[in-house]
Design a protein around this ligand. Structure first.
Ligand SMILES: [Zn+2]
Length: 94
């Protein structure tokens, strides 16, 4: 029982996969979910805990209700759009 298990910390990278998650005020081993408006521990599984949270019934329910709420959706929606800007075609050069 002496296996060292370091508690997982919230990495900024997580927000790429989970845009609704932010670092928590509870500490580095927690994540804050904007959808659920709650903190949860990620000390054990890190990103895996984030995925697990995403699959919880309560999160799904709230995320689903957010989808129907366009006002709140616009707050999240911007992050999902691709940053790839359409390059201006060289139509004029021809
Ligand atoms: Zn959540």
């Amino acid at each position: 029982m002496s296996a060292k298990v370091l508690p997982q910390k919230f990495k900024p990278d997580y927000t790429k996969s989970f845009p609704y998650l932010t670092p928590s005020s509870e500490g580095p081993n927690h994540a804050y979910c904007k959808v659920c408006n709650s903190n949860f521990s990620i000390a054990r599984g890190g990103k895996n805990d984030c995925e697990k949270h995403t699959k919880t019934a309560s999160h799904k329910k709230l995320a689903d209700s957010l989808k129907k709420n366009t006002t709140l959706l616009s707050a999240f929606g911007k992050t999902s759009s691709s940053p790839t800007e359409q390059k201006i075609t060289r139509a004029e050069a021809t």
